[in-house]
Design a protein around this ligand. Sequence first.
Ligand code: FES
Length: 365
Amino acid sequence: MAERGAEPEVHPVRRRALRAVRHLFSPLLPDDYLELINPLWTTKELRGRVEKIEWQGSQAVTVSIMPGFNWPGHKPGQYIRLGVLINGRFHWRAYSLTSDPEPEDGLISLSPKVVESGTVSPYLVHRITPGTIVRLGEIEGVFTLPDPLPEKMLFISAGSGITPIISMLRSLDHRQEVNDVVIVHSAHKADEVMFGDVLKDLDDRYPGFRLHLRITEHDSLFTVDQLDDVCPDWREREAFCSGPGEMTDSFLDHFEENGLSDHIHYERFQPVIGGQGKGGAGGKVHLTHSKVTAECDGDTPILEVGEEAGVKMPYGCRIGVCHTCVGTLLSGQIRDLRSGEVGGSKGDTIRTCVNTAEGDIAIGL
Ligand code: FES
């Protein structure tokens, strides 16, 4: 499915002007001509043009993009869905925005780490070139800096978990608000550290910035037991955690045990499936385009049910963020495997990777 980019907010005057001159361009639309002059001028969807690609450690790149007009802006820590054309098909993935939300050069950036067996990250890391036009989807995510800013902050990240945090740090730097910040970042090898130069630069410039870089090839993994040594006043800090699920879970538990669960913000790379711990009703899943009907036990994502039945199901992240796996609900109800919430109406666009059947359902896939 060639999902479109987000619909840009177009000033009503501009919208009216385009509508008024529409007949002059018949049978095409004014937008079609604007698009021919500059693909970023279209008012149909948000697009961006890749400006540069730079290595970010040995396994990732930073892709800098000039967004089309009316880029709505992002909050530091949010992510965006990116649509890229690979072998004639659009693929969508979600990536954290790594740029300062108020960039002087107007460029936004994201920093994918390569997963060689994947489709999109190898394309972004090895093949995409400046000048490529990409589609930009919705900006999402609640892992953001609070307003007002806490006086003391602690960031804990590992691997590419640094990506939302780097946007937060860049924003703090831009606002000259790096007052009392501790960051503990882990990477497997020294040459894999993403944004090492940015972290080092902040460490050099701000006396209130303390960087603890851990290379797990030599150092032990950073665990909750080491928190008191590395950051003795962690209980007084607002914490931000982004990395593998086990790491995030252990810090969440630790903060909860200390009665501080309100003081930790986190980003998960994996959803907690079965968040309610209750099995659902299950039912038959009818995939109408594929003409396949399969039994679903009420705990298994519809995506997996379809795959097990031999259907080539679309998917990207498999964690509910990229929207690649969507299909139209034609009948029945679904249960969200992360929250346990039951819902869905005919015509809803549903994500098959994080929903299961609650009774018999039909999906246009
Ligand atoms: S939302 Fe990404 S595969 Fe489902």
